[in-house]
Design a protein around this ligand. Structure first.
Ligand code: GLY
Length: 331
């Protein structure tokens, strides 16, 4: 599919288009006037995901096209990557911690601000679905470790060995030198974060990962932390992150990006500002990767990263497109 210019929204008059004013809840008229969205046509439904994950975005689109809701779309979408053993940064087949244990972090958030999360979950492929159960079936937001596993068992999830032979062999190789450092753009893949807007204009998001390869046992990154790895506000938009989670946690990156959009920045501008905050606070920013994606209420999207090599995929009426992300470091 040809890459198309997507940041400019589609021509007026196409079926299903709506001019949706955003900044509901933004009482500051001056800020509202500065919004890049006033007068633009919306591109909904739409799905956007970190990295080039066509199976995931196609699955989410299938849900949206069948008039499904955004929450189902993002869950079903990221489940594709969780089940894919070739994707070694998410779900089954994920790279283990330094002790050889595959531990998963995931979260999900809906249009009403409800959210659920699991951290340090072992033996269950679909961490995102456990997170959804936490959101829907408990009064809590986050379950961790053994408690999360026990909850998953109670909900009927099947326990599996998540350490594939390929990941095990690579881990054994790593142990020979055991350098404890992040690997930039590992396999061009990391956390899968996904945001979707359904035909009603409602937004949901999901984020799932096996975390940093060969991490210290118990380490948790940004992906299951609401506001860091993912944030959705149905009045404004959503954002999600990939890369070295510690740096995203420190700046509450996804929440920051949504708030910047609330103040009138486009998704692209907000993602750029989110990355620049991290760069400004890290002398060693050249040694790690962070990527953000965002969507606003109109279905306008953006993405930005530190290192070249990150991309994100969208599916909408404009097509199914992989977008190489603009990067802070250009050479
Ligand atoms: N972004 C995934 C992690 O740092 O765990």
């Amino acid at each position: 599919m040809k890459r198309r210019k997507f940041l400019k929204n589609s021509a007026a008059g196409s079926a299903g288009l709506m001019a949706t004013p955003i900044l509901v809840g933004c009482k500051d008229k001056k800020v509202a006037k500065e919004s890049t969205l006033i007068g633009k046509q919306s591109v909904i439904p739409i799905v956007i995901a970190t990295w080039d994950v066509p199976n995931a975005t196609a699955k989410a689109w299938e849900v949206l096209e069948a008039d499904g809701n955004a929450l189902d779309a993002v869950e079903k979408g990221v489940m594709m990557e969780e089940a894919d053993v070739e994707n070694q940064s998410v779900g089954k087949g994920g790279r283990p911690d330094r002790d050889g244990n595959v531990t998963l972090d995931a979260c999900i958030m809906d249009k009403d601000g409800n959210c659920g999360s699991v951290v340090y979950l072992q033996h269950i492929t679909h961490a995102v679905s456990v997170a959804r159960k936490v959101m829907e079936d408990t009064p809590h937001v986050m379950l961790a470790g053994q408690g999360a596993l026990q909850f998953a068992n109670e909900k009927g999830f099947t326990q599996e060995n998540l350490l594939t032979e390929k990941s095990k062999l690579e881990w054994m190789e790593w142990k020979k030198t055991a350098k404890y450092q992040p690997v930039i753009n590992i396999e061009n893949h990391d956390t899968i974060g996904m945001l979707a807007i359904d035909k009603n204009g409602d937004i949901s998001g999901a984020c799932t990962t096996s975390g940093m390869a060969y991490k210290i046992g118990g380490r948790v990154g940004d992906s299951p932390i609401i506001g860091a790895g993912l944030f959705v506000d149905n009045e404004v938009g959503g954002a999600t992150a990939t890369g070295v989670g510690e740096e995203v946690v420190k700046t509450v990156g996804s929440f920051l990006i949504v708030e910047l959009m609330r103040q009138g920045k486009s998704p692209q501008e907000a993602c750029e500002e989110g990355v620049k905050r991290i760069v400004a606070k890290n002398k060693n920013y050249k040694d790690f990767q962070i990527g953000f994606i965002a969507v606003n209420k109109n279905g306008e999207t953006g993405g930005y990263c530190i290192q070249p090599g990150f991309s994100y995929r969208t599916f909408s009426k404009d097509g199914h497109i992989n977008h190489p992300s603009k990067a802070y470091i250009t050479s």
